[in-house]
Ligand binder design. Structure first.
Ligand SMILES: [Zn+2]
Length: 84
């Protein structure tokens, strides 16, 4: 399931999609709509590690609205997801 893309030199983050969705349903509740377009059509995907000020990287996953493209980045550790 890993995506292959190396243009930035950073490997894409693996994401446990089912785990992320379960966590989102717990935290956000089911039926959460996009704050911008009011659609309820979210997709979960891996996101590249974000370089933070300390020079360390933080694994993230992205939750994207499939209607308007609004994308929310979540730190994987908050969702208890595997961090590699
Ligand atoms: Zn939207």
């Amino acid at each position: 399931m890993a995506e292959k893309e190396g243009s930035s030199g950073l490997p894409p983050d693996p994401v446990d999609e089912q785990g992320a969705i379960r966590w989102l349903e717990e935290k956000w509740g089911q039926g959460k709509t996009c704050p911008y377009c009011d659609a309820n059509d979210w997709g979960v995907m891996g996101a590249r590690r974000l370089l933070i000020e300390s020079g360390q990287t933080e694994p993230l996953f992205a939750v994207a609205c499939r209607n308007c493209g609004n994308t929310v980045l979540i730190e994987s550790r908050f969702a208890g997801l595997r961090v590699e």
